[in-house]
Design a binder for this molecule. Structure first.
Ligand code: AMP
Length: 273
């Protein structure tokens, strides 16, 4: 596929419950024009499953605008005995990317209880100063959404094959890996994620150095979920990072490296944390 016939397609579904308008579902793809109809129907079907009041699908031709080809993050599954142990491990990974223990602890508290007293989930991620944990996103209700990314056709084939070979071919893993790859490429130093789907307890932490680190059982019971993007405290850079996250087009290329599951202890020794 030449990048020339590339299109961006994005979906956002929302609905009202208890008098509050809530984000229910979102998705982003970059696809060849020949796939647009099929992807639009897939997105509609997914959105309708959440019983929304409103679904927006935005389609945009990329034409000859710049589209970056970026390398896929490596995937590592780290096994822990409990959510507590997974959290302690994630704090070590975050520390190696420059996020102090106190900020990592506050981040997990925020994902446990949500960002607002009325329990409304952010549509995107919260953008944090990696040292102080100060929230930097301009729109504190919406958050920052990573957008305009997908696997290239070769990247998509490679990721499907590699995930299937490791028993990981779940759409959530596939989508989260793409998102995490775009986020780290955009200049974010680390990302922390717990799904807002109550039954999905695998979370992840990702950094430039360690890649995408999946942690089964990471999300504690009753957690709200969400995402936090940590950015170095250098105000001059933030606008360009937000621009890359939200506006720059990026296609993820092979290879896709997936490692065998490993214990937290072995990971920390192997990666010299
Ligand atoms: P999910 O993993 O789909 O359950 O999403 C968990 C949370 O991550 C959502 O509630 C949003 O707050 C956030 N999120 C989902 N998609 C994005 C995105 N494209 N960019 C930034 N944050 C996102």
């Amino acid at each position: 596929m030449s990048d020339f016939d590339l299109w961006s397609i994005r979906m956002h579904a929302s609905g009202t419950s208890e008098g509050i308008n809530r984000h229910l579902s979102g998705a982003e793809r970059l696809v060849d024009g020949s796939l647009l109809n099929q992807v639009a129907v897939e997105m509609l079907t997914r959105a309708k499953g959440k019983f929304p009041d409103s679904i927006q699908i935005t389609v945009e031709a990329i034409g000859d605008k710049d589209c970056h080809h970026i390398p896929c993050l490596s995937v590592q599954t780290v096994l822990s005995a409990s959510a507590f142990e997974a959290a302690e491990f994630a704090k070590r990974v975050l520390a190696s990317a420059g996020v102090p223990l106190s900020t990592a602890t506050s981040a997990m508290n925020a994902l446990q209880h949500g960002f607002s007293s009325d329990g409304v989930a952010l549509r995107g991620a919260s953008l944090w100063d990696s040292i102080t944990g100060k929230r930097l996103e301009a729109d504190k209700v919406r958050g920052v959404r990573a957008s305009r990314f997908d696997y290239s056709p070769e990247g998509g084939a490679a990721v499907s094959k590699a995930l299937a070979e490791h028993g990981l071919d779940h759409f959530r893993t596939r989508e989260a890996l793409a998102l995490a790859t775009k986020v780290i490429w955009s200049g974010i130093v680390a990302e922390l994620c717990w799904s807002d789907e109550p039954s999905y307890t695998t979370g992840y932490v990702s950094t430039h150095r360690d890649g995408y680190v999946r942690l089964p059982g990471f999300k504690p019971a009753g957690a709200t979920g969400g995402r936090i993007f940590f950015v170095q405290p250098n105000a001059a850079d933030i606008a360009s990072i937000e621009h890359r996250l939200q506006k720059a087009y990026a296609l993820i290329d092979p290879p896709v490296s997936i490692f065998e599951p490993i214990t937290a202890e072995d990971f920390l020794i192997r990666n010299e944390h």
